[in-house]
Ligand binder design. Structure first.
Ligand SMILES: [Zn+2]
Length: 349
C-alpha cells in the first residue's frame, strides 16, 4: 500500500475529460502528418537554393525540429492514438519512424515500459536517478557536460539504456533477441527493422552519390538536431527539482504519471505537437491524441491542483535549473527528491 495517497483517483480524472478526447480522428492525424512532410520538403528546397551559413544553419535546425514533430506522429501511432484502426497505426508508425531511423516496434516496447514505470526509482526506463554515491565520474561527465543531448538517443537505441545508473538495462532496439523483444516477435517487428534499414540504405546511397558533404548537411545534421530535441524534451519532462521520485513502497502508477512537468517551448509547443508542454496528461492517459491534449489538460487541472507540475518560464531557463539542481536523489517524506551536488546551489524549499 502506498504512503501519502493522492486525494483523487484515475477514474475521477477520466470522468472529468470529455469522451471525444479519447477518440482519434485519422483524417486529422493525416493532416498533421502531411503538414509536417510539406514543411520538411519546403525547408529542403530552401536549403538547395542557398550557401549562406546564416540561412543554412537555421533551416537545418528547423528541419531537425520537424523530424522531431514527425517522431511525435509515430509516437501517437505507437500509442494507438493516430487512428482507431490498428493496421493504419502500425503502417504509419513503421514508415514514419523508419524514415527517422527508429525501429518502430522495439521503441514502442521500451516506451511502453517507460509509461508503465514512470517515476519509479529502480524501474524507470529513461533518466533513472541515482543516489549520491552512485553518481559516477562517467555519469557526471555525460550529464553535466550536456553531451548526453547529442549521444543520448543513438546510445539508447543501440541498447545502452540507463547505462549511467547502478542497475543498467541493456538490450538493443535493433535486435529481436534483446530483452525488449522477448515476449512475442511478430512479423510487423521485422517490417519495422526492414523499413529503418531501407531508409538507412537510401541515405547512405545519397551520400555515395552526392558526396559526404551533402550527407552531413542534408541528413546527418538534421538527424543529430532531431535526436537532441528528443533527448532534451524527455529530460525536461522528467527531470526537475519539482519532480518526485518514488521507491517501491511509495510508487503508484498515477503518482508516477504525475511525476512529469509541462514546460513552455514558446512557438515550438504547437509545431512539435504539444509533446513538451502537455505531457502530464499524456502520461495519465496515453491514448489521447496530441490535438486533444490541451482540452483534456484543462479538464483535469482543477482536480490535480498542486499535483499538476508546470512551468511558465521558457524551457531553456528550466534546463539550466535542472542541470544545476538535479544530480542525485535523497529520501524525503514519502518520496525521493532531487538534490544538487554543487555547494553553491541553495536547496529548494
Ligand atoms: Zn508516450
Amino acid at each position: 500500500m502506498s504512503q501519502n495517497p493522492l486525494p483523487f483517483t484515475v477514474q475521477d480524472l477520466h470522468a472529468a475529460i470529455p469522451e471525444r478526447c479519447f477518440k482519434p480522428n485519422a483524417a486529422r492525424s493525416f493532416a498533421y502528418l502531411i503538414f509536417d512532410l510539406a514543411v520538411i520538403a519546403g525547408l529542403f528546397a530552401i536549403l538547395t537554393q542557398t550557401s549562406l551559413w546564416y540561412i543554412e544553419w537555421p533551416v537545418i535546425f528547423l528541419i531537425g525540429t520537424m523530424l522531431w514533430s514527425l517522431f511525435v506522429i509515430g509516437h501517437d501511432a505507437g500509442h494507438g492514438s493516430f487512428s482507431s484502426n490498428r493496421t493504419i497505426n502500425t503502417i504509419v508508425g513503421i514508415l514514419v519512424h523508419g524514415a527517422i531511423l527508429v525501429p518502430y516496434r522495439g521503441w514502442q516496447r521500451s516506451h511502453a515500459l517507460h509509461h508503465m514505470k514512470t517515476g519509479h526509482f529502480h524501474q524507470e526506463e529513461v533518466f533513472r536517478p541515482a543516489r549520491k554515491g552512485e553518481d559516477t565520474f562517467f555519469r557526471k561527465l555525460i550529464f553535466r557536460s550536456g553531451i548526453f543531448l547529442i549521444i543520448g538517443w543513438p546510445m539508447y537505441k543501440i541498447g545502452i539504456r540507463n547505462l549511467t545508473t547502478y542497475k543498467p538495462v541493456t538490450g538493443s532496439h535493433y535486435l529481436p533477441q534483446s530483452d525488449l523483444y522477448t515476449k512475442s516477435v511478430r512479423v510487423s517487428w521485422y517490417f519495422g527493422l526492414l523499413s529503418l534499414f531501407g531508409f538507412l540504405a537510401l541515405y547512405v546511397s545519397l551520400g555515395l552519390l552526392f558526396g559526404w558533404g551533402f550527407f552531413a548537411k542534408y541528413i546527418l545534421a538534421p538527424y543529430l538536431i532531431y535526436g537532441a530535441w528528443l533527448t532534451f524534451v524527455t529530460y525536461m519532462q522528467h527531470v526537475s527539482p519539482k519532480v518526485p521520485v518514488y521507491d517501491d513502497k511509495d510508487w503508484t502508477r498515477l503518482k508516477g504519471a504525475l511525476a512529469s512537468v509541462d514546460r513552455d517551448y514558446g512557438p515550438f509547443n504547437w509545431l512539435t505537437h504539444n509533446i513538451g508542454n502537455l505531457h502530464v496528461i499524456h502520461h495519465t492517459f496515453p491514448t489521447i491524441p496530441h490535438y486533444r491534449l490541451q482540452e483534456a489538460t484543462d479538464a483535469i487541472k482543477p482536480i490535480l491542483g498542486e499535483h499538476y507540475l508546470t512551468s511558465k518560464r521558457f524551457v531553456i531557463f528550466d534546463f539550466i535549473s535542472s542541470q544545476l539542481r538535479c544530480h542525485h536523489v535523497v529520501p524525503a517524506e514519502g518520496y525521493e527528491k532531487y538534490e544538487s551536488a554543487y555547494a553553491f546551489v541553495k536547496p529548494q524549499t
